[in-house]
Each structure stands twice: as structure tokens, then as C-alpha cells.
Design a protein around this ligand. Structure first.
Ligand code: 13P
Length: 248
């Protein structure tokens, strides 16, 4: 599977920020990337972004409701994201789990909604700092996979993002050995749960990925790309993360 480098803009980005996407588009046209590239801007910008980037890279949402439509004020369905130009949606990000009380079952329903709309689901998992210190990280991640990844997941419609909660936006990352070990554990868990599909599914690492650590992280075994927050907001930083995948 071709690696995927994905940017999650979170609740950042006004219309003026679309110029970063123009810069990204121009740079990727000049030097084709060694991976698939995805940006998940706020939902308010997806349609404009789609008109601007014209397929130069993929666009995605950051969350979706499990239902296609209905009386859910303020929510956005997977079908709406698709209609606006998205081909991916992030589900179960730890900020959604923490701030909106989303549980594994909710995340699984959202992943199924993504597939229903023809989107690829990026399902996020990851342990808290206390869970890692207690030695529970492997068990927590396996539990989240069992609860959040629906049984019918395929490598073509599902990506897993391992994002240790304590590494998000903190500048802290696990050691390379810890990332490699966790990705190996996630691979084993996916293969046990999904068979062949689990062996081919991309597993992204997320949490304080920056231009200066991307190369070593992205080249670890079983790391199939990155989910990048803060460093995806500026095209120049995001591009140097993408470049981290090029053999030196
Ligand atoms: P940072 O790259 O800002 O740590 O965020 C990671 C993340 O949460 C991506 O979804």
C-alpha cells in the first residue's frame, strides 16, 4: 500500500488559509509526492478547497454523524462531506472522544456511515499518558480496535491512525522503538480481527509529527504514513514531512 500523509487542520482555517492549499497544490505538481496526500480542513472549507485543488490531493472531513440526514442540529453527515468534495473522514479522534464523549461503538457507527457514503474512514486509536505508564497501552489499543473498527473493514475503505493522546500537540513522541512496537501490535490485532484486510490496512502514526522527526518515523516498519496536526497548517512544513518519505 502506498503511504498516506494526512493533515488534520482541526478547528483552524478561514477562507484566507486556502492559499496554503494552493501552495501545496503547486509544489506537488512540480514534484510528485512519494505518497498519497490528504488534507482535512474544517468542513466549512471543503467545497472551496475542492474547487481549488481539483484532485491534486485528497480532501477529508474531521468527523461525521452516523446518520445520513435528520434532526441533528449542528452535525454533518458523511454524505454531506462526500457531496462537498471529501473522499476521507477522520472518526474517533481523541479530541472527539474526550470533548464529545464518543465511545468505541459511536466510532464504529461513524466508520460505517463513512463507507455508506463512499468515504474512506480514518479510525483513530491511542492510549493516554496514564495508560502508557500503567503498562496498558497495548491492551487499550487492542480494545479500541475491537470496539471501533467494524468487522467488515477493508484495506481499501479503512485506515487506522495510532495517536497516543499524550503526544498530540505536546511536542512529545514515543521513541522510535515504541512506535515500531505499537504498530507491530496493531498489525497483529488487525490481522487477527480482519484476516487479509487487516494485513494490508494502512496504519498511520500521529502525535507531534514535525519536519525534523517525520523521516525517521515514516520509515519505520508498519508505519504506513502520518496524521499531522499543527505541522499541516503551513504548506512548507507539510511538504517537508511528505519529503521525509523520499529515500535519501
Ligand atoms: P499534532 O500533530 O498537532 O500533535 O496533532 C496530531 C493530531 O491530533 C492529528 O490528528
Amino acid at each position: 500500500m502506498r503511504p498516506l500523509v494526512a493533515g488534520n487542520w482541526k478547528m483552524n482555517g478561514l477562507g484566507s488559509g486556502l492559499s496554503e492549499l494552493s501552495s501545496l497544490k503547486e509544489a506537488l505538481a512540480a514534484s510528485p509526492p512519494p505518497c498519497d496526500v490528504l488534507v482535512c480542513p474544517p468542513a466549512t472549507l471543503i467545497a472551496q478547497a475542492d474547487a481549488l485543488v481539483q484532485g491534486a490531493f485528497a480532501l477529508g472531513g474531521q468527523d461525521c454523524h452516523s446518520r445520513p440526514s435528520g434532526p441533528h442540529t449542528g452535525d454533518i453527515s458523511a454524505e454531506m462531506l462526500k457531496d462537498a468534495g471529501a473522499s476521507f473522514v477522520i472518526v474517533g479522534h481523541s479530541e472527539r472522544r474526550q470533548n464529545h464523549g464518543e465511545r468505541d461503538g459511536d466510532v464504529a457507527a461513524k466508520a460505517q456511515a463513512a463507507w455508506r457514503a463512499g468515504l474512506t474512514a480514518i479510525i483513530c486509536i491511542g492510549e493516554s499518558e496514564a495508560q502508557r505508564y500503567a503498562g496498558d497501552a497495548n491492551q487499550i489499543c487492542a480494545q479500541q480496535i475491537d470496539g471501533s473498527v467494524p468487522g467488515g473493514a477493508l484495506a481499501a475503505n479503512t485506515v487506522i491512525a495510532y495517536e497516543p493522546v499524550w503526544a498530540i500537540g505536546t511536542g512529545k513522541t514515543p521513541t522510535l522503538a515504541e512506535i515500531a512496537a505499537m504498530h507491530g501490535h496493531i498489525r497483529t490485532t488487525l490481522a487477527r480481527r480482519l484476516g487479509e484486510a487487516g494485513r494490508g490496512m494502512r496504519i498511520l502514526y500521529g502525535g507531534s509529527v514535525k519536519p525534523d522527526n517525520a523521516g525517521e518515523i515514516l520509515n519505520l516498519p508498519e508505519v504506513g504514513g502520518a496524521l499531522v496536526g499543527g505541522a499541516s497548517l503551513k504548506a512548507a512544513d507539510f511538504l517537508s514531512i511528505i519529503e521525509g518519505l523520499r529515500p535519501s
